[in-house]
Design a protein around this ligand. Sequence first.
Ligand code: ADP
Length: 397
Amino acid sequence: MDKVMAVNAGSSSLKFKLYEMPEEKVLCSGNAERIGHEDAIFGIKWGSESEKKVLPILDHAAAVQLVVDALIEKKIIHSMDEIVAVGHRIVQGGKYFSHSELFSKDTEDKIESLIPLAPLHNKAHLVGFRAFKKILPNVTSVAVFDTAFHQSMEPQDYVFPIPYEYTTKYDCRRYGAHGTSHQYLSQEATKYLKGNKHPRIISCHIGSGASITAIKDSKCVATSMGLTPLGGIMMGTRTGDLDPSVMNYLCTCTGKSVEEMYQIFNKKSGFLGVSEVSNDSRDVLAAVDEGNEKAILANKLFIRRIADFIGQYYVRLGGVDMIIFSAGIGENSYEIRESICKEIEPALGLKIDYEKNKGKRGVEVVISKPESPIVVAVIPTDEEVMIARDTYHFYKK
Ligand code: ADP
């Protein structure tokens, strides 16, 4: 039986999910956190069981060894040979990758060359890949890029209006992110759009990180995140799109450096920055209920930015057949879904069944009425299964 591991390696973490393929059955999932520390944490879930322990995990190779040992000890697999392929999530594929790719020296070099565009992520992904290569040298290794799905954009959708030399010389352009999720959602949407030969979809991946994508004929035509995931709509701690002079002005006002301000835009803005309550939408909504004015403003800002992008993409697509809500907030916060729908309903002519939307968390559900000209649905995303599918595909080739 073929087992495929989907891996998401961060600078001090390693998330994994093991699938039996081609059935796509999840055998186990887990996470190593605080890698590099004596008191690192290793957690694994399989069947109805789970285990979590604190122990030293000094590097990623040690984390991979721990994963493999746990799989055998818990009898999830009998031998390491059962793992035929490992798929690695890679945040930035730059201009090089419009689909997943087998790991080779060339793939590795390209991912390495893109480190300046995603300093924390790409570096960590390579550390993760090399750690797996050390422990499982003979498996098929595949790189699955967060940016690949967005490579179908036209230049007028991805070029920034800066001196063109910077676009070509430094590859400074829109790449987007969450591509694996948007592609999954686009594929899942087809079952609601049977008979529609040219489906137009707006997928809203709204979690801590949030992006919106316009999809036509299963291809991305526009996406809200930019050069990095800082662009687009407001997020948990990120600003989303800003007038670029905000950077200059605030550095002058505060005396902070560009780097310091960049960190503030990434880590101290968004829901957290405006509400001064939390980066978590649940805390912000709780504060809204208590009448906290900054929380109310933060929530309104969030809804408005999303509605604006939906309006923009409605035009970009020449109409829309389906709007999808997904990720932490999109799947779970029916309150925020309701607010967004109320904002876009009059212009788009949607008919939403608010009773059906109410209380739905983490489940796939159509929240538009049958007579609505646009299907509006909640679809839980699954980036890992996409990684496993692509990876298995390369193994079988
Ligand atoms: P990311 O993967 O980008 O870190 P998630 O997709 O996990 O983020 O989304 C996190 C967001 O989802 C948080 O703002 C959180 O409030 C929201 N969220 C998660 N679960 C729930 C829930 N059960 N009800 C309401 N909101 C939720």
